[in-house]
Design a protein. Structure first.
Length: 529
């Protein structure tokens, strides 16, 4: 007679608790196999492996603790651990080669959780101490939370310490729908699945909060059916403030983001590309799955990268692509790096949190490339890559910078490539387009150009636009401010001049200053030191 190994009703009931978590149901089969493995091991049928687990955590929500709570309950019931307490170790050691195991707070707990990312600074020493720790405490279950997306030496070595692997997946629309259905079913409330589909198309933390409020309301008023109107009303309540703001904004500025985009000088190819991207995103959202929104902008300074990023934020707001009001957060790449150990990851997370629902524009992102491994810059990049995945449907992160430097950043950090959906190259402006930018600034501030000002400006733009690190639109704006300064000085000195007119004299004064400040480079013949 063949001995039956498997789960009883109590085990099945514990596993069913996974149905109330998002992104973890796929681990049911793994946990079943762990119970059967334990039964076989107790009967001396097998003698290999351990109970240690690597959990690849792809979610931005704190689901790990809930998953481990269910695991602990199941393991304790089957005698695999002595208690259901869980210890979260930030570090295995404190920069010491030999760890005083008996001094670690929580080492008596049955499940020891270690975040793999926090080991990367001195991982060789950490691995050595981990091996000692696991060997000494063989009756513990060690959980390695893996939040990195690049396979390497660390992953391989940890793989030798754990026999099992689980995943916590990114929360999808279907996961959120399942969560709401389970919550309503367990509270004996009726609903139509189709009505819920529209309701769950928002960040998960909002879904959780709103469905809880609905259940409380229904239970307190003895309502047994969740209607479409009730779900819509719950959404309207949280959006009413946003709607009022949008209405005020539209009254003040009646132009749409599309009209503003079309009004930008030049950038015709970029405008076409942005419209194609918008169409692609809208169609995929209608099909029920919002694609990754992150982008990479390559080009010289002053080529319109920041302006286009702002327009994208407004377009996403007007088309209801994201939940925010077109928020636009602009930072420099170095702004993500903190001064002290352990602060950088939190700084990156806080920065991204501030831009949820809109656009985070990271200028000169290539400044995160470090000259050594294990630096704060590496930590910033690793955290940024993870956050880009975790919040792929809630924010558009745009990395921007010089073309060659950005290519080097992507090459050194392959994790970016799979998370950046759209790459846009920004060409330099032509001399005619640079003049149109200048002329547009004049019209905006009600200045008039006299005589042959246009010809002189175009002549200058032709001369300087090929220079290294030429500022394009930024150069034009700086020149315009300097010309206004000279114009004001001339008007106040002569008193009989038109205060709204820019003359060739004003322009020549500025061009002379610029040539003195930035003389053309002389070619060196022979030897130079």
């Amino acid at each position: 007679m063949v001995k039956e190994y498997g789960l009883d009703k109590q085990d099945e009931a514990i596993l069913d608790e996974l149905d109330y978590l998002c992104g973890v149901v796929q681990n049911k089969e793994i946990l079943k196999n762990m119970i059967i493995y334990n039964q076989l091991k107790e009967k001396h049928k097998i003698d290999f492996g351990n109970y240690n687990i690597i959990i690849r955590n792809n979610s931005s929500y704190n689901i790990l603790k809930d998953l481990l709570r269910i695991c602990a309950k199941l393991f304790l019931k089957n005698g695999m651990i002595q208690n259901d307490r869980i210890c979260y170790l930030d570090k295995v050691v404190n920069n010491a080669k030999y760890c005083p195991f008996d001094k670690i707070a929580g080492i008596e707990d049955s499940i020891i959780v270690i975040n793999e990312r926090k080991m990367r600074m001195n991982y060789l020493d950490e691995i050595e101490n981990l091996e000692q720790l696991i060997k000494r405490y063989q009756n513990r279950i060690f959980i390695f939370e893996d939040t990195n997306y690049t396979e390497g030496e660390v992953d391989a070595q940890i793989g030798e310490l754990a026999s099992w692997r689980m995943t916590i997946e990114r929360i999808s629309l279907e996961d959120k729908l399942m969560y709401c259905q389970n919550m309503l079913d367990s509270n004996e409330l009726k609903y139509k699945r189709q009505d819920l589909k529209e309701f769950v198309d928002q960040p998960f933390w909002k879904v959780k909060n709103k469905i809880m409020q609905l259940i409380i309301k229904c239970k307190s008023k003895e309502i047994f059916m969740i209607t479409k109107e009730m779900l819509q009303k719950e959404n309207i309540k949280t959006k009413s403030k946003t709607t009022r703001r949008k209405s005020l904004k539209n009254e003040i500025n009646k132009t749409t983001a599309k009209q503003e985009l079309d009004s930008l000088i030049g950038l015709e190819e970029i405008k076409t590309q942005v419209q194609k991207i918008l169409n692609y995103i809208k169609l995929n959202k209608e099909r029920g799955e919002l694609p990754t929104l992150h982008m990479c902008f390559n080009g010289n300074p002053g080529t319109g990268k920041t302006s286009i990023a702002r327009m994208i934020g407004k377009l996403f707001e007007e088309e209801n692509i994201l939940s925010g009001e077109g928020e636009f957060v602009e930072i420099h790449g170095r702004d993500l790096v903190a001064k002290y150990v352990g602060w950088t990851a939190q700084k990156v997370q806080d920065t991204i949190e501030s831009a949820i629902g809109g656009v985070l524009f990271i200028d000169e992102a290539y400044s995160l490339v470090a000259d050594r491994r294990g630096s704060f810059e590496d930590e910033a990049i690793a955290t940024l890559i993870k956050e880009m995945e975790d919040h792929r449907n809630e924010i558009c992160i745009i990395l921007a910078g010089y073309t060659e430097e950005m290519q080097e950043l992507i090459r050194l950090n392959p994790g970016f490539e799979s998370r950046i959906q759209f790459n846009i190259d920004f060409p330099d402006y032509s001399a005619e387009e640079l003049f149109e930018i200048f002329h547009g600034l004049c019209r905006k501030e009600k200045y008039k150009l006299t005589g042959n000002c246009k010809e002189r400006l175009i002549q200058n733009f032709e001369k300087v636009k090929g220079q290294e690190c030429f500022g394009n639109g930024r150069y034009v704006r700086n020149m315009f401010e300097k010309i206004k300064f000279e114009q004001a000085n001339r008007v106040m000195n002569t008193r009989n001049s038109n205060r709204d007119t820019i003359t060739i004299q004003d322009i020549e004064q500025v061009l002379e200053q610029l040539e003195l400040k930035h003389p053309p480079k002389q070619k060196v013949i022979g030897f130079a030191c």
